[in-house]
Design a protein around this ligand. Structure first.
Ligand SMILES: [Zn+2]
Length: 415
């Protein structure tokens, strides 16, 4: 057992005091150097050991937040919406007048929703290979959100275990109502993940109509992912259980029966072999027959079903949803919830993310070289947390630059 365990309040206190990048978190949430309502009216909630949960905390300054976090040493803390009043004054505000106003638009993708299709790991386990599902989801979602909604300030954060969060901080995104969030996430949900062993279903297609244009566009990239991950790396249709799930998705009992016969009695066929067997069966229907487009659509749906981002929609729908703050430590793995650059998502390895124990040891090693023993606010600079802090610092700077530019433009308007 690591002596620098994330379950120890002392370890967590040192982490918060010396490594947690409060300043960058503040800039990211507040968009300006001086506290605005985006910070002062923002809810923070704390989870303490023994599952004590403290809600409706708010702070005037980032120093106050840091002081409280270091005092409580929570196992984690979460960030909620900006309310009409300061959350700490909730009890003194007239009932009904305390409402959530703004918050980042958030998305959550978790490996749990891929359990029915991944073959390399089970339950809580995750490896570089099944991370491929998450990486593909990030690529597709990052592109389609930028292209379809024009949002620019996207921050991706590894959840510390087996998922990833997306925080969108564009001004328009912050102001979306719950209804608009629901509509947006429903639009993005092309696939409904199944429960237990069920693969799930495609919900983006209405009847036998073609897919909406944005999905047709995504399909060419997803087809590549399908070939790389589903057919080759994961060999999803290799086992009987795997190909059984595939056969259930084919809306033609004759084709499905022929394939079952071939795969269950003949020599082993890889997923790639099986996929070309399916293509060959479809080609037996001449062009112009009604079965041909039905089966082609079914193949598109299978690609979507196995590769399209699987979203935990409930997280996105409500402004008052609380989401774990970036740079918290996952209590089970000890790993820090670090930001991830989406353009490097394929190289990201969740098992290489620094743990709190590792960081404190690095800090000790750096400290013993430091003669004067002074403690700095940016102690993370001498640890492997640095590249991740750099991501959020840069991200926050671009947000702040946008706000400065917006202000300048308003100031110079003469009409
Ligand atoms: Zn795996």
């Amino acid at each position: 057992m690591d002596d620098l365990d994330a379950s120890s309040p002392e370890v967590m206190r040192t982490f918060y005091r010396r490594l947690y990048p409060f300043k960058s978190i503040f800039n990211w949430l507040n968009h300006q150097p001086v506290p605005t309502r985006l910070f002062t009216h923002r809810e923070f909630s704390f989870t303490l050991p023994q599952d004590v949960y403290l809600r409706y905390n708010s702070f005037n300054t980032v120093e106050d937040l840091k002081k409280q976090v270091c005092l409580l040493a929570p196992t984690r803390f979460e960030i909620g919406p900006v309310y009409t009043a300061r959350p700490k004054d909730k009890k003194t505000v007239r009932p009904g007048a305390f409402k959530p106003l703004q918050r980042e638009l958030v998305f959550d993708i978790d490996m749990t929703d891929y359990d029915s299709i991944r073959t390399c790991c089970k339950d809580a386990a995750i490896c570089k290979r099944c991370w491929g599902f998450i990486a593909a989801a990030v690529r597709v979602l990052d592109t389609s959100i930028r292209d379809q909604f024009g949002y620019q300030h996207l921050l991706w954060v590894y959840s510390g275990r087996r998922g990833i969060h997306l925080w969108i901080s564009d001004k328009e995104a912050l102001s979306l109502t719950d209804e608009q969030r629901r509509a947006l996430v429903n639009w993005m949900m092309a696939v409904q993940p199944g429960k237990g062993k069920e693969v799930g279903k495609v919900i983006a297609r209405s009847g036998t109509k073609p897919l909406p244009p944005c999905l047709q566009f995504a399909l060419s990239e997803l087809a590549e992912v399908f070939s790389d991950i589903i057919l080759n790396d994961q060999d999803c249709f290799g086992s009987e259980e795997g190909y059984d799930a595939l056969l259930h998705l084919i809306p033609d009992s004759k084709v499905a029966e022929n394939l079952r016969e071939k795969w269950s009695t003949g020599p082993y066929r890889t997923s790639e072999d099986k996929w070309s067997d399916l293509k060959n069966q479809i080609k037996k229907y001449p062009k112009g027959t009604s079965q041909r487009p039905i089966l082609t659509s079914a193949m598109e749906d299978i690609i979507l079903l196995y590769t399209y981002p699987r979203l935990d929609a409930e997280v996105s729908k409500h402004r008052n949803h609380l989401l774990k703050a970036p740079f918290c430590v996952h209590p089970k793995t000890g790993r820090v919830c670090v930001p991830v650059d989406p353009s490097l998502i394929d190289d990201f390895d969740p098992e290489m993310v620094p743990t709190v124990g590792q960081l404190l040891r690095e800090l000790d090693a750096a400290g013993s070289q430091n003669e004067n023993g002074m403690e700095h606010h940016s102690d993370w600079e001498s640890t492997s947390l640095k590249p991740y802090v750099d991501i959020i610092t840069k991200h926050a700077q671009s947000l702040m630059e946008d706000v400065r530019r917006g202000k300048r433009e308003t100031d110079t308007t003469t009409w």
